[in-house]
Design a binder for this molecule. Structure first.
Ligand code: GDD
Ligand code: MG
Length: 348
C-alpha cells in the first residue's frame, strides 16, 4: 500500500517553531512528527510513501535520505509554488495506480489505517474521509452524511450556522486513483474547498469513516505543547514507549544521583542532568541536551542540543534546538528560540 503525505504548508500558525524547519518536522517526543507518522504507517502495512513538499523541502529530503532503515520506500515531489492540497495530490498522480492513502502531515492520531482501508473497500467507496466528532468545528472541514454513511456535503471552515454537523475532516483519506481525473493539472486547487464539493456534485461515492481515538492537529503552539502532555499522560498510542514510573529514558542518559526527575517525563538520548537539577513533571527533553546544576525544568518541551545553564528556570516553555538558556535565566510561558524570547505567550 502507498501513502501520499501532504507536507508543503507554511506552518504560519506554528511560528517561530517553523522559522527554520517545516511543520511536519517539528519533534514529537524527540523525533520528527513526519518520521513518527511514517513509522506508524509502516506498522499498518504501508511500505511506500510519497512526501509532497514546498516550504523548506530540502530540510525534509536531507533528513530522510540517509535514513534507509525506516523500512518504507520514500519518494519526494516538490512544488515550485504552492499548489494547494488538491494541486499537490494531482501533482503526485504518477505514483498511484491502486487504492492509496493521503494524510495531512500535521496530525497526531491513533487512527487504525488498516481498518480504514478495509472499511473503504467494504463500502466500495471512491473516496473515504476519516472523521471525528468535535464541539467546535470552525477550524476544520465539516462533513454531512446520510444514514448509510455516505457523504452528502463537505464544508471547509464553515461560518457559524452553515452546518449542524459536528463531524470534521480528520485529514486522512483513502482514494481510488480514478478520482484524480477530476483535479485539473498544474493549477492551485484546494481538495477541501473545490475537489470534494465537485466529486459530490458529480455523484462519486464518498464514505465517512468515524473513529473515536486520540486525534489532534498540532498546528498551533498551544496544541504542540498539549500533544506532549497528552502522550505523557498516556492518552495516545501515537508514540510507543515503555516507561518506569512515568519516566521514559532514551539511550545513554546520565542523571546525577542528586538530580530529581519527576514523571511523567521523557529524556532523549545522550542527555545529561547535573547535580541538584529538577526535571519534570510533564517535561520532554530532546537528544544531547545538558541540564545544568540546580536548574529547574517543568512543563516544558526542549528540542535537541539545548543547554540549560546553572540555576536557570524553565516553566511551561518550548525551547528549540541548539539554544542556550543562560545562568540564572528564567523562561516562563513562552517559546525560546536561538537565544531570544519570542513574542508568543503560551496559555497556562
Ligand atoms: N504539498 C503541499 N502544497 N502541501 C500543502 C499545501 C500545498 O500548497 N498546503 C497545505 N499543505 C499541507 C500542509 O502541510 C498540511 O499537512 C496539510 O496540507 C493541511 O494543511 P493545513 O494548513 O494544516 O490545513 P488546516 O489544518 O487549516 O485544515 C486541514 O486540516 C484539518 C484537520 O486538521 C483541512 O484538511 C481541514 O478540512 C481539516 O479538518
Ligand atoms: Mg493543519
Amino acid at each position: 500500500m502507498k501513502a501520499l503525505l501532504l507536507a508543503g504548508g507554511l506552518g504560519t500558525r506554528l511560528r517561530p517553531l517553523t522559522d527554520d524547519l517545516p511543520k511536519p518536522m517539528v519533534p514529537i517526543m524527540g523525533r520528527p512528527l513526519l518520521e513518527r507518522i511514517i513509522l506508524n504507517l509502516k506498522r499498518s502495512g504501508v511500505d511506500e510513501v510519497v512526501i509532497s513538499t514546498y516550504y523548506k523541502s530540502q530540510y525534509i529530503e536531507d533528513y530522510f535520505k540517509p535514513k534507509e532503515d525506516l523500512g518504507a520506500k520514500i519518494h519526494y515531489i516538490t512544488e515550485e509554488s504552492p499548489l494547494g492540497t488538491g494541486g499537490a495530490i494531482k501533482n503526485a498522480e504518477k505514483f498511484f495506480d491502486d487504492t492509496f492513502l493521503i494524510l495531512n502531515s500535521d496530525i497526531v492520531s491513533d487512527i487504525d489505517y488498516a481498518d480504514l482501508i478495509k472499511y473503504h473497500k467494504r463500502r466500495r467507496a471512491q473516496v473515504t474521509i476519516a472523521s471525528i466528532e468535535v464541539r467546535d468545528t470552525s477550524q476544520y472541514g465539516v462533513i454531512e452524511f446520510d444514514e448509510k454513511g455516505f457523504i452528502t456535503a463537505f464544508k471547509e471552515k464553515p461560518k457559524p450556522g452553515e452546518s449542524n454537523s459536528k463531524y470534521i475532516n480528520a485529514g486522512v483519506y483513502v482514494f481510488e486513483p480514478e478520482v484524480l481525473k477530476e483535479i485539473p493539472e498544474n493549477t492551485v486547487v484546494s481538495v477541501e474547498r473545490e475537489t470534494y464539493p465537485k466529486l459530490l456534485e458529480k455523484g462519486y461515492r464518498m464514505a465517512i469513516y468515524k473513529f473515536n481515538g486520540y486525534w489532534i492537529d498540532i498546528g498551533t503552539i498551544d496544541k504542540y505543547k498539549k500533544v506532549h502532555e497528552d502522550i505523557l499522560k498516556g492518552k495516545s498510542r501515537f508514540v510507543s514507549t515503555t516507561s518506569s514510573r512515568g519516566i521514559i529514558l532514551g539511550d545513554n542518559v546520565k542523571i546525577h544521583p542528586t538530580a530529581k526527575v519527576i514523571g511523567p517525563a521523557y529524556i532523549g538520548n545522550n542527555t545529561e542532568i547535573d547535580a541538584y537539577a529538577t526535571v519534570g513533571p510533564y517535561t520532554v527533553i530532546g537528544n544531547n541536551c545538558r541540564i545544568g546544576q540546580e536548574s529547574k525544568v517543568s512543563q516544558s518541551v526542549l528540542w535537541d542540543n539545548v543547554k540549560v545553564r546553572r540555576f536557570a528556570r524553565l516553566e511551561n516553555a518550548v525551547v528549540t534546538s541548539e539554544c542556550i538558556v543562560e545562568v540564572n535565566m528564567e523562561v516562563k510561558n513562552t517559546v525560546f528560540t536561538a537565544n531570544r524570547l519570542a513574542s508568543t505567550t503560551l496559555t497556562t
